[in-house]
Every structure is written in structure tokens, then in C-alpha cells.
Design a protein around this ligand. Structure first.
Ligand code: FAD
Ligand code: 2HG
Ligand code: ZN
Length: 498
């Protein structure tokens, strides 16, 4: 029970507003909400409150404003930057929107769907499918991650190279402002030049400027044929394989143009934990050698599966002629295509089983990827002998997860808990220096230190380190203008508390 009178008043008024079952104050029930998915950040909320409608969100925010209680907006809590995790003061309240699950409207001809913020990505995909359309935003946490969270992180995933990120697929938003007003910006327009783009201010703001309660999302025509292949790159040196992947991308783009809907790069050290922890999703036996990296290619065609297959086979043929691919499997069934995606999608889960890593989410001009990998890998291996570089990601749009795992010798012979403790300690001791090496190389090439996961708490200070004072000042002024009492996700994205 809190001893802070304004917090106590807020909580009792929240209970009156939402009912007892929507206000969780029992610390034992906090676990799924108080910590992040990776178990890197551990929060101590005063409560978790669940809103079921926009009006409830607005009333709660008004209460929070009156009593100056900080709110941490949360959707599915699958974020990877700690943005949905409260601090450890015991004073912040998680405002969870996962009970807001209404599909508000479907518009077949406009190819849009209007949903509550708590609707999951997967539900929107399924609804689009029922309409004979596709919602192409896609990532492994689709069953839990919500549209509100997707928009607030400006999520990316595996189809950005063709369809763009969450921002590109969002036509309108409904937002509860920091003083509890409701802004209805639910316009389903693809063109609208009537002043400042407020929608784009809230997309990617990680809950620091307003609470997204609803959204109009763009849908696309469903391709008639989708074909997937797993290609093996010849060079056993991961950085050289990355250069070969970039060359393969050029061929794939030249032949497929907009039909190329997936291009995912995977080095052996990213795939090996999948074999260890999820053997059913392991890399297909006999595809190249275990030292070789792979690319998952997906081609979607408006006309037919045969047309998609023909494009994909042509790409692989040309790449083999140029010695950029040594071996490849074109999926012979939906199950095999799913198996290729299962391998790719289990990298993050397998890594979590293996132990904490220093995670990266970098974006680079595609022309810089090869050189970046060569130089950065050399620097890291010199500075940290034995480290395991788990490089993989959405190379087709320039986004790599250049993750760093502790040397295996640190935990040889230890049980699971021992290994996890050793990895956690290694990360704690080395993450600042590892980040500096990698991010310096990224920024030197005009790259970004967060392509899709956002800053949250994880990269907040890194962003401040690299951004100009002009950019930081503009960001601070926007925050100050929209949330003058600093009640929306304080200290995320920007340092706003002393
Ligand atoms: P949460 O984690 O609940 O919140 C994320 C941030 O948004 C927080 O700052 C929170 O305060 C804010 N927020 C949430 N809802 C709202 C709202 N309605 N209004 C205002 N602010 C809000 N991400 C990618 O981009 N690409 C990937 O490929 C990808 N793969 C993943 C794979 C796995 C296995 C996992 C666990 C995560 C992955 N993610 C990926 C990260 C994550 O799924 C996305 O960031 C997702 O968009 C978060 O949605 P969420 O509902 O879980 O948001
Ligand atoms: C992915 O691409 C996600 O699978 C997670 O963005 C990346 O585990 C990671 O670092
Ligand atoms: Zn990713």
C-alpha cells in the first residue's frame, strides 16, 4: 500500500472509474507487466491499470494530471528497449491498453482498418486476410504486440523493404493528450497537407507525448503467390558473407523490384542457438556448411505462385553464376516456407535462452554494410577476444541486429542459472564500451543507433550522446509543449527527470 497521499487518491479514484478488477496493486501480479520481455529492466510500479475505452484512458490521464502521477503506457509489453517498464521508485503507474480490442471499422475499397490501440498485430493480419487483403507489418511478437505499441515504437520487422514500417502503414491516429483531451485524427487519407503532421509526432514517440488509443491502418492487395528460399553464402567469414549478402540483394532487387518482400541475413552464430534450444527449427541439414551464413528471400507476385517461383529461381541462378550463393533451397510447400521463417524468427527466442546479450538495432546505408561489418568485427574481436557476434537482421532495408554475446569459455561447465548469471555480469561490465565501439562506427557512416526498436531507456543516453544540441533541444521543446507536467512515460527517450 502506498503512503503517498496523491498516489493513494489517484488509485482509489482509478478504482471507482475502472472497477477493482482493472486496478492491480498486488506486487505478485505485477510480473508480466513490471519487467521487460528480455528481463533486462525490472520496474516497481505502484499499480497496473487496465483501460477498456478511449474515454477511460482520457479520464485516467486527467486524474494523473490532477495528482501528478506518472503513467507508463503499455500494450503487449514485448518492446525491446525498456520503454514500457516503469522505474523503481514505486510511484509510477502502468497504463495497459491490451483490453482495448475493438475493431472499429473495415473499409474494403479504401483498403483500411480502424482499430483500438490494444488490438494485436496478428488480429489485424487475420482481419485483413478475411477482407481478401494483407496487413504487411510483421514481426515475431505479432500475437502479443499491439497496434498502439507498434505505432509508438514505429515498429519495423520483416517486410519494411517493400511496405515500409508502422509509420508508413498508419493513415490516422486517435490520441489522448497529456491533459486528458481526445484528439480524433482517425482519417483514412493517403494525402493530407493541412498543417503540421501531428500523427507523425505521436508515431515513434514511445508514449512520451500522448497515448494512442486508436488507429487507421493501411492494407494492401494480397499477393497471389508467395515464394520463399534459403540461400547459403560461400564465405565463412561473417563480415565477408555480409558483403556477399549485399551483392545478392542488388541482384534480387534488380530482378524482382517491388516483388521482393523479404531479405533477412543470418550468420552462423545467430542461427546456432536455434539448433541448441529449438532443434525443431534448426537450419536445414545439408544446406551449405555450418560455418556459412544464410539469407532468407521472399518474393511475392500479384499474378501467381509460378511467377514468384520463376523470379526467385532466376535470382538464385544469377547469384550462383557469380559465386554469391553456393547452395539454396526453394520452399516446396507452405510447411517448408514456414520452417525457413521459423528458423529466422526463433533467433531472438534462442538468444534469450542462451543468456543476456548486448543488443543492437542499427540502420546503415546499404552501401556501407560490408565495410561496417569488416571494420567493426575486427575492432570488437581485438578488444574482446572470444566474444560471439550474433549478426543478423533485415539487411534488405539496411537494419542489422549486430548483437554481442559473452565468450563461451566464461560459462563452460556451468548450469543454466550459472550461465545466465555469467552472461548478465559480462553484459553489465562491458556493454558501455561495446556500444561505444559499434555505435561510433554506425554514426561515422551516417547510420542510426535504432532502426526499429526505439530508444526507451536502453538507448536514451546513447541518442543524446550522438544527436546535435539543436536536435536534442527541439525534442525537449516538443516534450515540454505537449507534456508540461512530465506525466507521460517520464525519462524515456529523453532524460526528463533530474
Ligand atoms: P510495449 O512493449 O507495450 O510498448 C512499447 C513502447 O510503446 C513503450 O515505450 C510504451 O510506453 C509505448 N506504448 C505502448 N502502447 C502505447 C500506446 N497505446 N500509446 C502510447 N504509447 C504506447 N520490433 C520490431 O520493430 N521489429 C521486429 O522484428 C521485432 N521483433 C521482435 C521479436 C520478439 C521475439 C520480440 C519479443 C519483440 C520484437 N520486436 C520487434 C519488438 C516489439 O515487438 C515491438 O517494439 C512492438 O511494436 C511493441 O509492441 P507492444 O504492444 O508490445 O508495446
Ligand atoms: C528481430 O528482427 C527482432 O527478430 C529482434 O527485431 C532482434 O533479437 C533481436 O535483437
Ligand atoms: Zn528486427
Amino acid at each position: 500500500m502506498t503512503t503517498d497521499p496523491s498516489l493513494s487518491t489517484f488509485l482509489s479514484q482509478a478504482r471507482e472509474l475502472l472497477g477493482d478488477r482493472a486496478v492491480l496493486t498486488d506486487a505478485e501480479g505485477f510480473a508480466p507487466y513490471a519487467n521487460d520481455w528480455r528481463q533486462k529492466f525490472f520496474g516497481k510500479p505502484a499499480a497496473v491499470v487496465f483501460a477498456s475505452s478511449t474515454e477511460q484512458v482520457a479520464q485516467l490521464v486527467r486524474l494523473a494530471n490532477t495528482h501528478e502521477v506518472a503513467l507508463v503506457p503499455q500494450g503487449g509489453n514485448t518492446g525491446l528497449s525498456g520503454g514500457a517498464t516503469p522505474d523503481d521508485t514505486g510511484r509510477q503507474v502502468i497504463l495497459n491498453l491490451s483490453r482495448m480490442t475493438r475493431i472499429r471499422a473495415r473499409d474494403q475499397d479504401n483498403k483500411t482498418i480502424t482499430v483500438d490501440a490494444g488490438v494485436t498485430m496478428q488480429t489485424v493480419q487475420e482481419e485483413a486476410d478475411k477482407m481478401g487483403l494483407t496487413f504487411p507489418l510483421n514481426l515475431t511478437a505479432r500475437g502479443t504486440a499491439t497496434i498502439g505499441g507498434n505505432l509508438s515504437t514505429n515498429a519495423g520487422g520483416t517486410a519494411v523493404l517493400r511496405y515500409g514500417n508502422a509509420r508508413a502503414l498508419c493513415l490516422g491516429v486517435e490520441v489522448v493528450t497529456a491533459d486528458g483531451q481526445i484528439w480524433d485524427g482517425l482519417r483514412g487519407l493517403r494525402k493530407d497537407n493541412t498543417g503540421y503532421d501531428l500523427r507523425d509526432l505521436f508515431v515513434g514517440a514511445e508514449g512520451t507525448l500522448g497515448i494512442i488509443t486508436g488507429a487507421v491502418m493501411a492494407l494492401h492487395p494480397k499477393p497471389a503467390g508467395v515464394m520463399t528460399a534459403l540461400a547459403c553464402l560461400p564465405d565463412p567469414v561473417p563480415a565477408k558473407a555480409a558483403a556477399q549478402a549485399v551483392a545478392l540483394l542488388q541482384i534480387a532487387q534488380q530482378h524482382c523490384n517491388a516483388s521482393l518482400t523479404g531479405f533477412e541475413f543470418m550468420t552462423p552464430s545467430s542461427m546456432n542457438p536455434v539448433s541448441d534450444y529449438y532443434p525443431q527449427f534448426a537450419r536445414p541439414a545439408g544446406l551449405g556448411t555450418p560455418e556459412q551464413s544464410c539469407v532468407l528471400l521472399e518474393v511475392s507476385h500479384a499474378e501467381s505462385e509460378q511467377a514468384a517461383t520463376a523470379l526467385l529461381e532466376r535470382v538464385l541462378e544469377v547469384a550462383m553464376e557469380q559465386d554469391l550463393v553456393v547452395d539454396a533451397l526453394v520452399a516446396q510447400s507452405m510447411q517448408q516456407a514456414q520452417a525457413f521463417w521459423d528458423l529466422r524468427e526463433h533467433i531472438t527466442m534462442a538468444a534469450a535462452e542462451d543468456g543476456l546479450q548486448v543488443k543492437f538495432d542499427i540502420a546503415l546505408p546499404i552501401s556501407s554494410i560490408a565495410e561496417f561489418c569488416r571494420i567493426t568485427e575486427d575492432k570488437l574481436r581485438q578488444a574482446y577476444p572470444g566474444i560471439r557476434l550474433s549478426n543478423f537482421g533485415h539487411l534488405g532495408d539496411g537494419n542489422l541486429h549486430f548483437n554481442v554475446a559473452a565468450p563461451a569459455e566464461l560459462f563452460e561447465g556451468l548450469d543454466r542459472q550459472g550461465r545466465h548469471d555469467a552472461c548478465r555480469q559480462y553484459v553489465k561490465a562491458n556493454e558501455d564500451c561495446i556500444r561505444r565501439i559499434i555505435h561510433d562506427e554506425v554514426v561515422a557512416r551516417q547510420g542510426s543507433i535504432s532502426a526499429e526498436h526505439g530508444l526507451g531507456i536502453l538507448r536514451r543516453d546513447e541518442a543524446a550522446h550522438y544527436k546535435s544540441s539543436v536536435e536534442m533541444d527541439l525534442m525537449r521543446r516538443i516534450k515540454q509543449a505537449l507534456d508540461p507536467k512530465n506525466i507521460l512515460n517520464p525519462n524515456k527517450v529523453l532524460r526528463t527527470n533530474p
